[in-house]
Design a protein around this ligand. Structure first.
Ligand code: 6PG
Length: 478
C-alpha cells in the first residue's frame, strides 16, 4: 500500500502533523535526516495510524502514491533549500512539495518559480497553532498553484481546525508565495495582539494597582466578551500561575526581555516596501527589541518620571473598563493595518486575496484565533472592496464608542509614565485617518523649500514649485 502523503522533518511540528494525518486515517510516509528520529516517532506513536517509515529519500519517495505529496517541515532558510535539492531530482511533473515552515514569502516565490519550470508544484504553506495545533488541528494557509490545491486541499482541510460554524480553517490563499505572506502577516498581527495585551496588563498593574492574580480574573471576564480569544485566555492562565520555586507570581520571575524569530520583523519590512502603515505591528516589534537592550535600559533607569498615586478601588474598576475599550479599539486598528497590508500585497504581487476567507480560516486553530475574526469575515463578506476595516459600519461604531475611554487610558499612561507604544500608535493612526487636514501639507512645503520637490495645491491642478531662495514666485513644473 502506498502513502497518500509524506512528511519529512520530524521535529515536534513535523511529527505532530504526521500524527494528525495518520489519526485522520491517511497513510503517511515519514522520513527524517537522522533515522533515529523516525524510529522514535514510530516507536512512540506508530499505533495511532498507518505510517510508512523510510530511511532514505529514495525509499520515502517510492512509498508515495502519485501525484506525490511531500510535506517539508524543516527549519526555514538553508535547510529548506537542502531538502528541496535532495528530493526534487527524485520527483516527476505533477508532484507537490509543501513547505510548512515559516519561510520568507520571497524565498517561496523563488522556489516556486524554479520548481514550476520543472512541472513540480511548490506549495508554500503557512501553518499556525504551534505544536498542539499541528496535532489537533492547525489553521492552514497554502499558496502555490490552484491545480495543486485540487489534490492537496481535501487532505489539508481534513486535518485543519474547524471554525465554530464547522468550516475547515484552510483555504487556497493564492499563487506562489501568497500562503507564506499571509502567515507572515498573521504573525505580525500576533505580535501586535500580544503587545496590546501586555500593555493592558502593565496598565492594570501599575495604574489600577492590581496584582497578577486579580488581572487574571479581569482577563477571564474580558474573555467572555468581544475580546474572546486564545491569547486573552492563555494570558489569564499565565497571570494566575505562581512560580513553584519562589511562590511569586510567575510573570515576575521571567526576565523581561522578549525575543523573536523574525516573522514580525519581516511583516514590518514588507509593509515598508509596500508603503502600508502598520504602526501597531511595528511598535510591537520595536517593544520586543527595546526590552532586550539591557545596557540602554540600565543607563536610563535613574531618569526622572512621575510619582504615581494608586487609584482607589472604585476608580481602579472604572479604569479597568476603560482599558478594555482601549485594548479593543487598538486591536481593531492593528487588524485594519494587517488587512490593509494583505490587500496591498495582493495587488502588488497579483494574488487576488480574499480577505474575508483569510479572516474565516483564522477563526480556529491559529494563535490569533478569536470570536472577533468572524466579525472581520462578515465585514468583508458585506463589502469585499471595503477601504479598510474602519470603513465597516459596525467596527466604526464600536471604535467611535471606545474612543473617549481610549484617550483617557493613553493620557493616564503618559501622565503616570507607563509606556503604551501599541495603544498610543493605534490611537494616533485613528486620529490621523479621521483628520480633515494633516500636517503633511507642511512636510510637502518643506520638501519643496530645501529640495524643489514640488507640491500640489488644494485649489488648482498641477505640480508647483515656489522659488524659496529668490523672489518666492510660484511656477508650475508639469
Ligand atoms: C503560530 C506561531 C508560530 C511561532 C512563531 C512565534 O502561528 O503558530 O506564530 O509560527 O510561535 O514563530 O514567533 P516569535 O518566535 O518570533 O515570537
Amino acid at each position: 500500500k502506498l502513502a497518500q502523503i509524506g512528511v519529512t522533518g520530524l521535529a515536534v511540528m513535523g511529527g505532530n502533523l504526521a500524527r494528525n494525518l495518520a489519526r485522520h486515517g491517511h497513510t503517511v510516509a515519514v522520513h527524517n535526516r537522522t533515522a533515529a528520529r523516525t524510529r522514535a516517532l514510530i516507536g512512540e506513536f506508530g499505533h495511532e495510524g498507518t505510517f510508512l517509515p523510510a530511511e532514505t529519500p529514495k525509499d520515502f519517495v517510492a512509498s508515495l502514491e502519485r501525484p506525490r505529496r511531500i510535506v517539508v517541515m524543516v527549519k526555514a532558510g538553508g535547510p529548506t533549500d537542502a531538502v528541496i535539492d535532495e528530493f526534487s531530482p527524485l520527483l516527476e511533473p505533477g508532484d507537490v512539495i509543501i513547505d510548512g515552515g515559516n519561510a520568507h514569502f520571497e524565498d517561496t516565490r523563488r522556489r516556486e518559480e524554479r520548481l514550476r519550470s520543472r512541472g513540480i508544484h511548490f506549495v508554500g504553506t503557512g501553518i499556525s497553532g504551534g505544536e498542539e495545533g499541528a496535532l489537533h488541528g492547525p489553521s492552514i494557509m497554502p499558496g502555490g498553484s490552484a491545480e495543486s490545491y485540487r489534490s492537496l486541499g481535501p487532505l489539508l482541510e481534513d486535518i485543519a481546525a474547524k471554525a465554530p460554524d464547522g468550516t475547515p480553517c484552510c483555504t487556497h490563499i493564492g499563487p506562489d508565495g501568497a500562503g507564506h505572506f499571509v502567515k507572515m502577516v498573521h504573525n505580525g498581527i500576533e505580535y501586535a495582539d500580544m503587545q496590546l495585551i501586555a500593555e493592558a496588563y502593565h496598565l492594570l498593574r501599575h495604574i489600577a494597582g492590581y496584582e497578577p492574580a486579580r488581572i487574571a480574573e479581569v482577563f477571564d471576564i474580558w474573555n467572555t466578551g468581544r475580546l474572546d480569544s486564545y491569547l486573552i485566555e492563555i494570558t489569564a492562565e499565565v497571570l494566575a500561575h505562581t512560580d513553584p520555586d519562589t511562590g511569586a507570581p510567575f510573570v515576575d520571575v521571567v526576565q523581561d526581555r522578549a525575543e523573536q524569530k523574525g516573522t514580525g520583523r519581516w511583516t514590518v519590512q514588507s509593509a515598508l516596501d509596500l508603503g502600508v502603515p502598520v504602526s501597531g505591528i511595528a511598535e510591537a516589534v520595536f517593544a520586543r527589541a527595546l526590552s532586550g537592550h539591557v545596557e540602554l535600559r540600565a543607563a536610563a533607569a535613574s531618569l526622572p518620571g512621575p510619582r504615581r498615586t494608586p487609584l482607589d478601588p472604585r476608580d481602579a474598576a472604572r479604569f479597568a473598563e476603560q482599558v478594555e475599550q482601549a485594548l479593543y479599539a487598538s486591536k481593531v486598528v492593528s487588524y485594519t493595518q494587517g488587512f490593509h497590508q494583505m490587500q496591498a500585497a495582493g495587488q502588488a504581487y497579483g494574488w487576488d486575496l480574499d480577505l474575508g476567507a483569510i479572516a474565516a480560516i483564522w477563526r480556529g486553530g491559529c494563535i490569533i484565533r478569536a470570536a472577533f475574526l468572524d466579525r472581520i469575515r462578515a465585514a468583508y463578506a458585506a463589502n469585499p472592496a471595503a477601504p479598510g476595516l474602519l470603513a465597516d459600519p459596525e467596527f466604526a461604531r464600536e471604535v467611535g464608542e471606545a474612543q473617549s475611554a481610549w484617550r483617557t487610558v493613553v493620557a493616564d499612561a503618559a501622565r503616570d509614565g507607563v509606556p503604551t507604544p501599541g495603544f498610543s500608535a493605534a490611537l494616533a493612526y485613528y486620529d490621523a485617518l479621521r483628520a480633515e487636514r494633516l500636517p503633511a501639507s507642511l512636510t510637502q512645503a518643506q520638501r519643496d523649500y530645501f529640495g524643489a520637490h514640488t507640491y500640489r495645491r488644494t485649489d488648482r491642478e498641477g505640480a508647483f514649485h515656489t522659488r524659496w531662495g529668490g523672489d518666492r514666485t510660484e511656477q508650475r513644473t508639469d
